[in-house]
Write a protein that binds this ligand. Structure first.
Ligand code: 4NP
Length: 172
């Protein structure tokens, strides 16, 4: 019997510096799909709008808060590149600035349709339409980011499984 090839979802999380929010989203998403036994169905990565922190590990504060919840942030900061828009199926920005900057960088109309905002997957109304940048704030900001990302990643996987990939056909 011929085996049907499984569709692999390629997801790129993007924030400004790729040292706080998007590396956390990457780690949380990897954890969620692993827990559900779906790792083989996903390719998950993260990148930043800025190249300022290129080559750096995730922010120490972000790492500490994430580790307390069982997430190891292992990615190294890199900026978004043109090839990302062709390679990934979904490119998920954390806030309005990220979405705007991603649209500016999209090489063609087709890839601009892959850009979505993370808040689209929020289940709880915390009064935010974005994942707020925790970089210049205190501990609460890092915890809030993780609360939002954990919830949104669960919802994202639910939606992807439910609509069999149609999510990538819908633009924000
Ligand atoms: P991130 O946080 O976008 O969540 O990685 C930031 C990290 C660094 C800077 C801004 C936001 N920065 O201005 O250097």
């Amino acid at each position: 019997m011929e085996q049907q090839e499984l569709k692999k979802y390629k997801i790129l999380f993007v924030c400004l510096g790729n040292i706080c929010r998007s590396p956390s989203a990457e780690a949380v998403m990897k954890h969620v799909v692993e827990q559900r036994g779906l790792s083989h169905l996903f390719e998950i990565d993260s990148a930043g709008i800025l190249s300022y922190h290129q080559g750096e590990p995730a922010d120490q504060r972000m790492q500490q808060h994430a580790r307390k919840r069982g997430f190891e942030l292992t990615s190294i900061s890199r900026p978004v590149k043109t090839d990302d828009f062709w390679h990934f199926d979904l490119i998920i920005g954390m806030d309005d600035g990220n979405i705007r900057d991603l649209y500016i960088r999209t090489p063609d109309v087709e890839s601009s349709r892959k850009v979505v905002r993370m808040s689209r997957f929020f289940r709880t109304d915390r009064g935010y339409d974005h994942v707020p940048d925790p970089y210049y704030g205190g501990a609460q900001g890092f915890e809030l980011v993780l609360d939002m990302l954990q919830e949104a990643c669960e919802e994202l996987v639910d939606q992807l499984l439910a609509d069999n990939g149609e999510l990538i056909e819908k633009r924000d």
